[in-house]
Design a binder for this molecule. Structure first.
Ligand SMILES: [Zn+2]
Ligand SMILES: [Zn+2]
Length: 146
């Protein structure tokens, strides 16, 4: 499959939640914040999709948790897989990249909130590391992802 294809599918570990994305996915960002540490057992790797291109099958099985003001995280009520992250007012939904069917064709590009990472591992892949979020980061097609 071509890495440039713009149709993707994914889902949780038990299969109760499946989703489809039509349109480009953002490159993957690894988030080491304390919320991701707990939700993902270590850190969260996220891609993102425009909300109008994301179709969730089995959304009744998704529980939404308000993890911080203006932010909600969606996980499967049955198996606990962390799936989605939405910030109020943003036109996109972040998707846990590990839930994508493989091959995803994506690449990880940076680490964020590394100041909050757990102390039992090192980041040694040479990618950019930001101590906090990526608010001022300029993305390709940045109007979609900022
Ligand atoms: Zn599940
Ligand atoms: Zn995080």
């Amino acid at each position: 499959m071509s890495p440039a294809r713009d149709e993707h599918e994914g889902g949780c570990a038990c299969g109760a939640v499946r989703y489809r994305v039509s349109g480009a996915l953002r490159p993957v960002v690894a988030c080491h914040c304390s919320q991701c540490r707990k939700a993902f057992t270590n850190y969260g790797a996220f891609t993102a999709a425009q909300r109008d291109g994301l179709t969730i099958d089995g959304e009744h099985a998704v529980t939404w948790f308000d993890s911080s003001p203006g932010v909600r995280r969606g996980f499967c009520s049955r198996c606990g897989s962390a799936l989605f992250f939405q910030r109020a007012g943003k036109p996109y939904t972040s998707i846990a990249a590990g839930t994508l069917d493989q091959p995803s064709g994506l690449r990880q590009v940076r680490h964020i909130f590394v100041a909050d990472k757990a102390d039992f591992y090192e980041i040694a892949d040479g990618l950019e590391q930001l101590p906090e979020g990526q608010g001022a980061t300029v993305w390709p097609n940045s109007e979609q992802w900022s």
